[in-house]
Ligand binder design. Structure first.
Ligand SMILES: [Fe+2]
Ligand SMILES: [Fe+2]
Length: 171
């Protein structure tokens, strides 16, 4: 299947709007979208860096692509509701966001296992980049590790909580 890597959108080409990062009616908060886009751009450069660094970056890319698709399809869109819920408003697509948050809760162990695999690939990338004197590879590995940690500690739990809160509200 043809994949489109434009902006933060790492999904099948026919369902992706490059301008907004939205697909299948969903969108992620713009701050997260920006961070994903920067990760994509930095990784694209590393893929052209040559040597073991590029080979290690290719492994990261292979693991990261399907992971980002899941994040953009169901893990991160529930976060769009946070500011409205904090202002005692209920978003119009509450049912859909609840469904996506439930999907994240079910798939969370798999998402965390993917992070572990990505961390392993990043360690190899960091080692190759260090050996070949390519500091951008080391910095990228550190930045992507920090991104994953933020997701595990803040974004994923917040998205699951959105679903639980919407359920409580609907009672
Ligand atoms: Fe992410
Ligand atoms: Fe992630």
């Amino acid at each position: 299947m043809a994949m489109l890597v434009v902006g933060s959108c790492w999904v099948p080409a026919q369902s992706c709007s490059a301008a907004t990062g939205t697909h299948q009616g969903q969108s992620v908060p713009s701050s997260v979208e920006t961070e994903h886009r920067e990760i994509n751009e930095r990784l694209s450069k590393l893929l052209k860096a040559g040597g073991d660094t590029a080979r290690a970056a290719q492994v990261v890319e292979t693991l990261l692509r399907p992971h980002f698709v899941k994040e953009e399809q169901f893990a991160l869109p529930p976060l769009r509701a946070l500011s409205q819920l904090a202002s005692d408003q209920v978003p119009g697509d509450a049912h859909e966001l609840e469904r996506l948050a439930d999907q994240l809760a079910r798939e969370l162990p798999g998402m965390l296992a993917e992070h572990e695999k990505i961390h392993g690939a990043l360690r190899r990338l960091q080692a190759a980049a260090k050996k070949e004197g390519k500091p951008e590879g080391v910095q990228f590995a550190q930045a992507l590790s920090a991104h994953a940690a933020m997701e595990e500690q803040v974004l994923y739990p917040a998205a699951v909580l959105v679903g639980k809160y919407l359920k409580l509200k609907a009672r």
